[in-house]
Ligand binder design. Structure first.
Ligand SMILES: *[C@@H]1O[C@H](CO)[C@@H](O)[C@H](O)[C@H]1NC(C)=O
Length: 153
């Protein structure tokens, strides 16, 4: 096969394995933000869930269009390791999201945010992660989604 073709297919498979299915968050107004896609790298078993290893670096990118503007943005990642729908375990404490792109966030402008995280807690099994980005001056303005992960012992 032509080397360029091999490269092309290699790239194709690589890109596709990163996409992961997501759901919107129950307690967040979905009209405030459209999430177009979510990628986790690496995510060898996607797209239904991602197999994660504790203490390894992961990069999460999501493509979205906010229906609000904000000059102060926060981002956090929580996990629901007990499947209780409470998302009460903090994976990444709230951080200033303006370090990931140039703020202010503009209304109706499509953006991609790329963040790195490490899962350090001693939790195992299949459970969801929740990623939330919100306007620090009005918490009802937020982008939020959940995705399933599986952490092996
Ligand atoms: C959470 O629920 C999923 C699907 O219902 C199940 O496969 C998984 O084992 C549960 N995880 C934990 C940690 O209880």
């Amino acid at each position: 096969m032509d080397a360029r073709l091999v490269l092309f297919f290699g790239f194709f498979i690589f890109v596709h394995s990163e996409y992961v299915n997501r759901k919107s968050c129950k307690d967040v107004n979905p009209t405030k933000c459209s999430i177009h896609s979510v990628k986790l790298d690496p995510c060898p078993d996607g797209p239904a869930f991602c197999l994660l290893r504790r203490n390894k670096p992961y990069s999460l990118a999501f493509d979205f269009t906010p229906r609000f503007e904000a000059s102060k943005l926060m981002l956090s990642i929580f996990s629901d390791n007990k499947n209780s729908t409470l998302f009460d375990t903090m994976v990444t404490p709230p951080v200033d999201a303006c370090q990931y792109f140039s703020c202010p966030l503009e209304d109706n402008v499509r953006q991609v945010i790329d963040i790195d995280f490490v899962y350090e807690k001693k939790h195992y099994g299949k459970f969801p992660l929740q990623v939330k980005l919100w306007n620090d001056e009005d918490e009802t303005e937020a982008c939020c989604f959940t995705l399933n992960i599986n952490i092996l012992k």
